[in-house]
Write a protein that binds this ligand. Structure first.
Ligand SMILES: [Zn+2]
Length: 332
């Protein structure tokens, strides 16, 4: 080998090494990097576990993360099943960083937030001198984000709200919109940025980010899990990082403005039209019954459109959000 070609080889390897939290993962290697974020009151150490897979060829670094909201377990299962099926091991270019559970505190407490009630996804970029949520956010923004070219962040509806499988992206992020179409969830929503969210910080750092929403918190949903797994693999295929069989989307609908249909009165709620369905103006999509059996009030679709999420709560108060709908959409 000539001195020149040795140099080229050395440079290629140097480019492809990735060092996270003082752990260097060489091309063709993978590692589980444990990043300590704090301790429980019992003294038990809490680590964020990042599975890092480094391909043999240069390519982008993709971060896939779940459980930023600790009770949104469909995302945890999506990453777990991809890890267990060893898809990421087959990476041939670029790097994958997969974090099944970001908010361990919320996960063990069956909670969206950390124990003091703060939301990690409203605490970015975070600080190691801040609240617990702020510390968790800081670990992601300081240890992980500097390495990352793309982000896929996995969520579900909050509380008892179900989200039909959908990608959310920031309107100004054209690269994210392109990835959203590749991901292939049936619905794509353009959403304004949320202050101190991971999506906001990623936008500020010019890292394209797509948020996958599927199902509801604390409940597995087969459709949402399948769509999430398939979507991640489709994105990695598209970025020429790995090759695997995936399904093509049945439909892709792109939504602009969305709104909520709210409970016209308090009582017992039952939806009669499910998420994912098209709706027509004045169609009955649910009912709210008086618990004494004295009256029933219909919940009507205000316009033609689609149901992109619904509330599975059975007991509702007047004004509660029942159906997340959109009447502005285009077929892609
Ligand atoms: Zn969430």
């Amino acid at each position: 080998m000539s001195p020149k070609s040795r140099n080229i080889e050395k440079q290629r390897v140097a480019i492809d090494d990735i060092t996270i939290h003082k752990e260097t993962i060489k091309p063709g290697e993978n590692a589980l990097v444990r990043i300590n974020v704090g301790k429980l009151p019992s003294g038990t150490k809490i680590n964020i576990n990042a599975h890092v897979f480094n391909g043999l060829k240069p390519g982008p670094t993709v971060l896939v993360l779940g459980g930023v909201h600790g009770d949104e377990i469909n995302g945890v299962e999506i990453i777990r099943s991809i890890l267990a099926d060893e898809h990421f091991e087959k990476i041939n270019a670029g790097t994958i960083v997969a974090i099944p559970i970001v908010n361990i505190y919320g996960f063990i407490n069956f909670s969206r937030a950390v124990p003091d009630g703060k939301d990690v996804n409203r605490s970015f970029p975070g600080s190691m001198n801040g609240s617990l949520a702020s510390r968790v956010a800081r670990v992601i923004s300081s240890k992980i984000l500097p390495h990352v070219d793309y982000i896929i962040d996995l969520h579900t509806g909050g509380a008892s709200r179900y989200n039909y499988p959908q990608i959310r992206y920031t309107g100004t992020d054209e690269k994210a919109f392109a990835l959203a179409k590749v991901f292939g969830a049936p619905f794509i929503l353009k959403k304004p940025v949320i202050t101190r969210s991971l999506r906001k910080i990623a936008r500020d750092k010019n890292i394209p980010i797509i948020i996958y929403e599927g199902g509801e918190s604390l409940r597995f949903d087969g459709h949402a899990i399948f769509t999430g797994v398939n979507g991640i693999l489709r994105v990695l295929n598209h970025l020429e990082m790995l090759e695997c069989d995936t399904s093509n989307p049945d439909r892709l609908l792109h939504f602009g403005k969305t709104t909520w249909v709210r409970a016209p009165r308090s009582g017992l709620f039952m939806w009669t039209k499910k998420s994912g369905s098209s709706i027509q103006q004045d169609e009955i999509i649910g009912v709210v019954n008086d618990p004494q059996g004295l009256s029933t009030v219909s919940v009507m679709a205000p316009k033609d459109g689609y149901i992109i999420g619904h509330n599975n709560a059975s007991v509702v108060n007047q004004g509660d959000a029942l159906f997340h709908i959109s009447t502005e959409y285009e077929r892609l």
